[in-house]
Write a protein that binds this ligand. Structure first.
Ligand code: TXA
Ligand code: MG
Length: 354
């Protein structure tokens, strides 16, 4: 299949391009589009055949349900069987934005979207191109991240094409995404609201409007089964092996330096992704690729760059990627969740002397 490519300026959207892209959606084709988190691979969420094409293109396991994207909060009342009171509060406060809400599923939604579950994931993205596409298509758009299944999510149209060119109908290139990590998935069908996937809206932000927010035990404990089916799969993984280094900048720098020297002797190409604080403390000569990611005390920049830099490490031919780890506060919960999954929980605590 020839994948069509359109560039769109989010500040000055050409209606003709959105019209053509929305027509593809209505015809049952797949279209990748930017959101404020990562690029999504969209299809008509009410058309089972169209939704199946998403799974085929990505090589995604069929038991992993999709998020339905809407352009207005009121659409939720047509899609959910019941809208919990908490959902109304949350939609008011955080939509449009990086928060996905799990609610009881209404009867219009094909089982292909929900993977047969009795719940559905709903989100209104905060990106003008995404909203324009959903509005023009006139249907909710089912969309996972637009990457080959298992690989880091795309934060640029070039990432989408690297993974899916020739396998999808089109890509709308609206530039680089903002948050850089996926939305928070919050389950509202349990007794207490539960985070199934940490993301762009932090637990601390949710707690400003909810009395109590739980974390799915499957997120923290490798033995418990995560409730979001997607969280059980190997994920966000570049081709190289990822190793997470935890500790103070001096400790991380010392460990990174000794691993670099050792890997160099063994001819193992090694890349480095470090905070601005650790960056000046490391001799980078033995690295095939090294990038300063941003301050460890304000993780927005690190989150924004992470997936792109993991891809860059692969392109540089690295076999091992040493990535500095961070505290799991605020956006740190989402950053560390993705890092630990991409590392297969391969982590070194650098403050422990061996
Ligand atoms: O930021 C995002 O959420 C991006 C953009 C494109 O919107 N989308 C995204 O979709 O990350 P995806 O499919 O890569 O991740 C959706 C996650 C998966 O872990 C999936 O298992 C979970 O949400 N999920 C979807 N429906 C669910 C449901 N009914 N119950 C529990 N988990 C669900
Ligand atoms: Mg994904």
């Amino acid at each position: 299949m020839k994948t069509r490519y359109w560039q769109v300026d989010p500040d000055n959207i050409a209606p003709e391009i959105i019209r053509q892209a929305a027509m593809l959606i209505r015809e049952g084709e797949t279209v990748a589009f930017p959101t404020e988190t990562v690029y999504g691979l969209g299809a008509n969420g009410l058309n089972p055949t169209a939704v199946r094409k998403i799974f085929q293109a990505k090589g995604r396991p069929v038991d992993n349900p999709l998020i339905l994207h809407v352009a207005e909060p009121r659409e939720v009342y047509q899609l959910a069987a019941a809208v919990p009171a908490q959902a109304e509060v949350l939609m008011n406060k955080f939509w449009p934005g990086p928060l996905t809400l799990i609610m009881p599923c209404g009867s219009r939604i094909p089982a292909e979207v929900t993977a047969g579950l009795e719940t559905v994931a709903l989100r209104m993205p905060a990106h003008p191109v995404a909203l324009a596409l959903i509005r023009e298509a006139g249907v909710p758009i089912a969309a996972p991240s637009a990457n080959r299944s298992g690989y880091p999510s795309p934060t640029a149209a070039s990432h989408v094409l690297a993974d899916l060119d020739g396998k999808i109908g089109a890509v709308l290139d609206g530039g680089i995404t903002g948050v850089g990590l996926e939305s928070t998935v919050l389950d509202l069908t349990e007794e207490l609201p539960t985070i199934l996937r940490p993301g762009g809206v932090t637990r601390e932000q949710l707690e400003t409007v909810l009395d109590q927010v739980l974390l799915d035990p499957g997120l923290e404990n490798n033995d418990a089964k995560p409730k979001a089916p997607g969280m059980k799969y190997t994920h966000y993984s570049p081709k190289a092996d990822v190793l997470v280094l935890l500790g103070e900048p001096q400790e991380v720098a010392a460990k990174a330096g000794s691993i670099l020297r050792q890997n160099r002797e063994n001819n193992l190409n090694t890349a480095l992704l470090l905070s601005s604080e650790t960056w000046p403390l490391v001799d980078k000569r033995d690295a095939v690729y090294a990038q300063e990611m941003g301050s460890r005390y304000a993780l927005e920049e690190i989150a924004h760059k992470l997936y792109h830099e993991l891809r860059m490490c692969d392109q540089a031919g690295s076999r091992i990627i040493l990535v500095e780890g961070y505290r799991t506060e605020g956006l740190g919960a989402a950053v560390m969740n993705r890092l630990l999954k991409s590392a297969g929980y391969n982590i070194i605590n650098c403050s422990v002397k061996d």
